[in-house]
Structure formats: C-alpha cells, structure tokens
Design a protein around this ligand. Structure first.
Ligand SMILES: [Zn+2]
Length: 336
C-alpha cells in the first residue's frame, strides 16, 4: 500500500510539472452560445457551464478555439446574421477581459500572447450554413478572424450533407469543392467533425493541406455516427492532420454508465496504436454537451488527462504533443 501511494504521489508531481510546461490547446467549445443565451461572462467563475477564464487558468489552457454554433431556428436563412451576432458576443467578451485573453489569427500571435501569460482565443464556426452559399462571405469571415470552419453540423447545408442525413449521406457539392479550394488559399483549417462519410472522403481528396476533426472520437471503441472509422483515422493522419478527442460521453462509450477520464484516454491509446502519437489533440466540446465524464466536469479538470497519461507510462514529449503540440503544428502549417 505504501509503495502504491508513493507511486501515485510521484505520478501526480510529475504530471503537474509536465502539464505546466505543456502548451494546452483545445480544439472546440461552444461557450459563446452559452454566454449569449445565459448572460454568463468569460470573466467570472460561473456556477454552471464548463468554461470561463478562471477555470481555464486552473486547467492550464493556453489556446482555445471558440466555436460559433448556429441553432436550428436560424437555419438556413438567418445563419449569417446569427453568426455575426455570436461573433459580436465573442469580441465583446475578449475586449472585456483583455488582460487575460486575446483574439489571435496566426501562429506568431499565439506565441506572443502566450508569452505574455494570456490565453490565445481563436474564432471558429460550427456549420458552413453561415456562408449562405457565398464564397465572398467566407472571405469576409476570414477577415473577421475566423480560422476554422466545421463544414457542416448534422444537417445538410450548401457545402455537403452532415452526418445526420443518413438517408442521403451525400458528399461535397460543387460549391463545397470551391469552399475547400478557397479555404486552402486563405489558410483556414477545414474541420470534418459532423460531416457525412462521403463528404469526409471528398475533403481528403480535394484539400491540399492537412485537415482536422476538431471534436470526434474512434468508431471502433464507440460506434456512434459522429466518430471516425479506422480508415478515416488513417487518411486523416496520412494528410498530417489532427483529431481532437472529445469528452462527450455518448461519443466515448455505448455502455450505460458514468464515463470517466479513463474513457477519454482509452481513445487516445487507440489512436496511438493505430497511427502513432502525432495526430492526436483535445476537442473537449465544453458547453456543447449536458454531461461530461467524472473528473472532467469542466475545463479546470483537464490536468486529470495528463495524470492519466503519466500513469499509463506516456513520455513527456508525447504528452505535450497530445495536449497541444500536434494541434499547434497543424495550425502553423495551415494558417501560418
Ligand atoms: Zn459539435
């Protein structure tokens, strides 16, 4: 027992140090919508919800993608206006908290902001219906700071079918192909989470740059439509992309039980076994889900992933890749 306790303490100390040295990069949260709808603020510790600045600091998060999520009632014809309203909400929050967090649009800004001890925030859009079928809108959204576009949510839009369109499951439209080309040209991350499988393969074929799945898990461990099959995982790795492991319980296991941080790390283990350590990141989906695993209930609990990785014998350099190094590599390559 004594030996076990001593070992556990060593793990904890080691994990704490590694976590502090690491750049922690989360590929997806839906906090903007939470703030917009529930009048929460990024700047104060919320009794509800999963993410605010104080808890991000406790969790050691350095870089965060903030997604604009367009609710069904605004689709399809009011998607762009809703995108702009949510973006406005995001900008206001960043301005209010400028001592702690800054909007970044390129790699050098991330480095600069992190060196100043602040969190780097990147704007993303979850659902290409925001473009309302217009490439010019994509270019303007880029100018507004958007650096990642999740091509679809679960439904069909002008770009492709989402994963929920199981009857058709169509791939990229002609417009969708143009979106890929323009995102490649501008330097934007193409996100295939929520996209139909046919769409996924179209993107793999068309995109000249690495692609990301900002919040998806492994189908082999949890056969949910939102998760990636082995061939998809391999293709994404072959392109040099990254998969943000998500904490959403339904995507972790189909067993009817409370999930834990170990379930998250099981998906990481699986990816390591399939394609190695270079294509794995975090994609929490904080504030985008009602339930979260035990010991990962909010962003301040992220160090528990590091503890679990240390317990499983992961080396520091690999842990640092998983916590953020890989996402940062892809961001640098695609967005620059
Ligand atoms: Zn999502």
């Amino acid at each position: 027992m004594k030996v076990y306790l001593a070992e556990t303490n060593t793990h904890l100390i080691q994990a704490k140090q590694i976590h502090q040295r690491a750049t922690v990069f989360d590929g997806h949260c839906d906090t903007i919508l939470e703030i917009m709808n529930h009048k929460r603020s990024l700047g104060s510790r919320a009794p509800t919800g999963h993410l605010d600045i104080l808890r991000m600091k406790e969790g050691g998060v350095d870089i965060q993608f903030f997604a604009v999520f367009i609710e069904d009632i605004y689709k399809p014809n009011r998607s762009l206006k809703r995108t702009l309203q949510l973006s406005d909400c995001f900008y206001k929050e960043i301005e209010k908290n400028q001592d702690d967090i800054s909007l970044v649009t390129n790699y050098n800004q991330i480095k600069k902001v992190n060196r100043a001890g602040k969190i780097a925030a990147i704007l993303s859009i979850e659902g290409g219906e925001a473009l309302e079928g217009d490439l010019g809108v994509l270019r303007v959204l880029y100018r507004l700071g958007v650096r990642l576009l999740t091509l679809t949510w679960n439904q069909r839009n002008q770009i492709a079918d989402g994963i929920g369109e199981s009857r058709t499951g169509s791939g990229l439209t002609e417009f969708g192909l143009k979106v890929i080309d323009e995102m490649n040209r501008l330097g934007m991350l193409i996100d295939v989470s929520h996209l139909s499988e046919t769409g996924f393969w179209d993107v793999v074929k068309r995109s000249k740059t690495p692609i990301v799945a900002s919040h998806s898990n492994c189908y082999a461990l949890c056969p949910h439509l939102r998760n990636l099959k082995d061939e998809q995982i391999k293709a994404l790795a072959d392109k040099g992309g990254v998969i943000g492991i998500t904490f959403v319980p339904n995507f972790l296991t189909q067993e009817k039980r409370r999930t834990t941080v170990e379930d998250v790390v099981k998906h990481i283990d699986y990816l390591v076994e399939k394609v190695g350590v270079d294509y794995i990141g975090l994609g929490s989906d904080f504030d985008g889900t009602d339930n979260l695993p035990l010991d990962l209930e909010s962003v301040d609990k992220i160090p528990n992933i590091t503890i679990e990785l240390v317990k499983r014998g992961y080396k520091e350099k690999d842990i640092r890749k998983i916590l953020g190094g890989n996402f940062l590599r892809v961001f640098k390559e695609v967005v620059s």
